[in-house]
Design a protein around this ligand. Structure first.
Ligand SMILES: *[C@@H]1O[C@H](CO)[C@@H](O)[C@H](O)[C@H]1NC(C)=O
Ligand SMILES: *[C@@H]1O[C@H](CO)[C@@H](O)[C@H](O)[C@H]1NC(C)=O
Ligand SMILES: *[C@@H]1O[C@H](CO)[C@@H](O)[C@H](O)[C@H]1NC(C)=O
Ligand SMILES: *[C@@H]1O[C@H](CO)[C@@H](O)[C@H](O)[C@H]1NC(C)=O
Ligand SMILES: *[C@@H]1O[C@H](CO)[C@@H](O)[C@H](O)[C@H]1NC(C)=O
Ligand SMILES: *[C@@H]1O[C@H](CO)[C@@H](O)[C@H](O)[C@H]1NC(C)=O
Ligand SMILES: *[C@@H]1O[C@H](CO)[C@@H](O)[C@H](O)[C@H]1NC(C)=O
Ligand SMILES: *[C@@H]1O[C@H](CO)[C@@H](O)[C@H](O)[C@H]1NC(C)=O
Length: 424
């Protein structure tokens, strides 16, 4: 079994981390695959073998790819290929993200391609993804940023599906997009693909778990408890987590005990410590409940905000409002993105790896930092009517947290796609 374990580690997403393996380790991998024979080939039933083969062939043919860190690169204006879909044509677009619909007229934010320094991102192919997802569940778990990425993913694939064969269904914290395309030539080949979003902004249990009414002034997190959420997605085929923004405060109230009973103890805990507790709960759950030969795991890193113009050299009261250009300073990092939180997630992922479970970080933070012009700003649905003071001062209500679609999250999904299909 030792060999199988080794293969498990090599073959599962995550191992290609920054795809830095050398040609020699590829040879070693090929040899190991031959040695592991039976165990490895049993993965064929999951439909992965041919993809693994393709990946190996790609890597051998193009050694530069094996040196490639997809997250290090630059934005290139490309109005030929982008946007990848039209805002109006996406049936399930969210009014929180439909910037054009809400009056934005400068649209170049839709037309940027991410160009890694040492290789190209594979082109997003909705059909190829739907085939990979046949009879499977891809579930995004997290906060509204992850929900935005989920909406983007739905928009990216749904154009490949005729209207009657797609549906959206909400049940509590879980929203499910289903593609049921039945191919006339071969009904057995119907897609039956499910792309879902599960609301859990702090991953673990909290008093903000209601998918609609969750804006509570007093945030309480039950840092040791995740099963209430996890039971809905543990058996998914691909899981994409995130959790960051809801932790952005100096202290969190942590509950020992349950929300239902009054015998609990609540303590104020320094934020980083409470984040560490929650991430530990999350990773422990994965270690003991995830079927390693079935489920691909991803964690999307922090999505930066652009709320303080002084951070990129503008005036104090400027934020993303009225921004139409990117930040060009290479390596720019706003001080709202807390590297210590990223390190906590990294440490948990490293530890899981030693236990034979791979989680691939989708490292969007640096590349997204540059995109101060990609936020909805004032061009989104306002849930509450604006006051006169707000109207007089648009920066006061500009949304500098979420992202317009089509836009930046489409690129996050292209990165995810690359790992799901090409580098597995
Ligand atoms: C994320 O990517 C950036 C750019 O390549 C890099 O500087 C940073 O170290 C990466 N962080 C992690 C946690 O991988
Ligand atoms: C793309 O951008 C270039 C330069 O801004 C412009 O000349 C051209 O008309 C644009 N093409 C399309 C299809 O929008
Ligand atoms: C997209 O993927 C499908 C299925 O793998 C393939 O048949 C098709 O040729 C691909 N399209 C492009 C443009 O690569
Ligand atoms: C359809 O997909 C679901 C997973 O989303 C799976 O449980 C079910 O068995 C599939 N149906 C068929 C007919 O294969
Ligand atoms: C909603 O989810 C619950 C719990 O999984 C399930 O029992 C119920 O049947 C679902 N309802 C609908 C309408 O899908
Ligand atoms: C894990 O997943 C594989 C592939 O889907 C399946 O064959 C196997 O029965 C699963 N194992 C368990 C313990 O559920
Ligand atoms: C918005 O930007 C334009 C062009 O840079 C500038 O002329 C205008 O004064 C700005 N408006 C506000 C309210 O900052
Ligand atoms: C962010 O930067 C501003 C000024 O540039 C500073 O006042 C503030 O303390 C910084 N915040 C953090 C969390 O470092």
């Amino acid at each position: 079994m030792a060999k199988a374990q080794q293969i498990g580690i090599i073959g599962v997403p995550g191992s290609w981390g920054s795809i830095r393996c050398s040609f020699h380790s590829l040879i070693a991998l090929l040899v190991a695959i031959l040695l592991a024979g039976a165990v490895y080939f049993s993965r064929d039933s999951a439909g992965l073998l041919s993809e693994d083969r393709t990946t190996l062939r790609k890597l051998r043919d193009d050694d530069s790819l094996s040196q490639c860190n997809l997250f290090s690169g630059k934005w290139v204006f490309d109005n030929k290929s982008y946007p990848l879909y039209k805002e109006k044509e996406c049936t399930f677009m969210s009014d929180q993200l439909a910037c054009q619909k809400f009056g934005r007229t400068d649209l170049s934010y839709q037309q940027w391609r991410w160009q890694p320094h040492h290789c190209d991102l594979p082109r997003f192919n909705a059909t190829a993804l739907l085939e990979r997802l046949r009879h499977k569940r891809l579930v995004f778990v997290g906060d509204s940023l992850n929900r935005g990425q989920w909406v983007s993913m739905v928009c990216l694939v749904e154009t490949a599906i005729p209207p009657k064969l797609k549906s959206m269904h909400t049940n509590g914290s879980l929203i499910t997009f289903k593609a049921t395309l039945r191919l006339l030539v071969d009904p057995m080949k119907e897609y039956n693909a499910s792309i879902e979003f599960y609301w859990a902004p702090l991953l673990v249990e909290s008093n903000s778990d209601d998918p609609v009414v969750h804006r509570l002034p007093d945030r309480i997190v039950r840092a040791q408890s995740i099963e209430k959420h996890a039971k809905y997605w543990t058996d998914a085929d691909i899981l994409v987590f995130n959790s960051y923004l809801w932790w952005r405060r100096s202290n969190m109230k942590v509950l020992w005990g349950s929300f239902e009973e009054s015998d609990g103890v609540i303590k104020e805990v320094e934020m980083l410590r409470s984040y560490e507790m929650a991430i530990k709960t999350w990773s422990d759950w994965l270690e003991f409940h995830i079927n390693r030969s079935k489920t691909q795991l991803f964690f999307t890193s922090m999505s930066p905000t652009h709320e303080r113009g002084e951070e990129w050299g503008e005036s104090r009261d400027q934020n993303c409002y009225n921004e139409t250009e990117q930040i060009l300073k290479e390596g720019y990092w706003g001080n709202g993105s807390d590297p210590r939180m990223m390190r906590i997630v990294e440490a948990a992922i490293d530890e899981l790896k030693t236990r034979g479970l791979n989680v691939q970080m989708i490292n969007i933070t640096q590349l997204t930092e540059y995109r101060k012009e990609g936020h909805p700003s004032i061009y989104r649905k306002q849930w509450d009517p604006l006051t006169e003071e707000q109207i007089a001062k648009p920066t006061s209500y500009a949304d500098c947290i979420h992202w317009c679609l089509p836009g930046v999250p489409d690129v996050w999904n292209e990165l995810l796609y690359a790992y799901i299909l090409h580098y597995y």
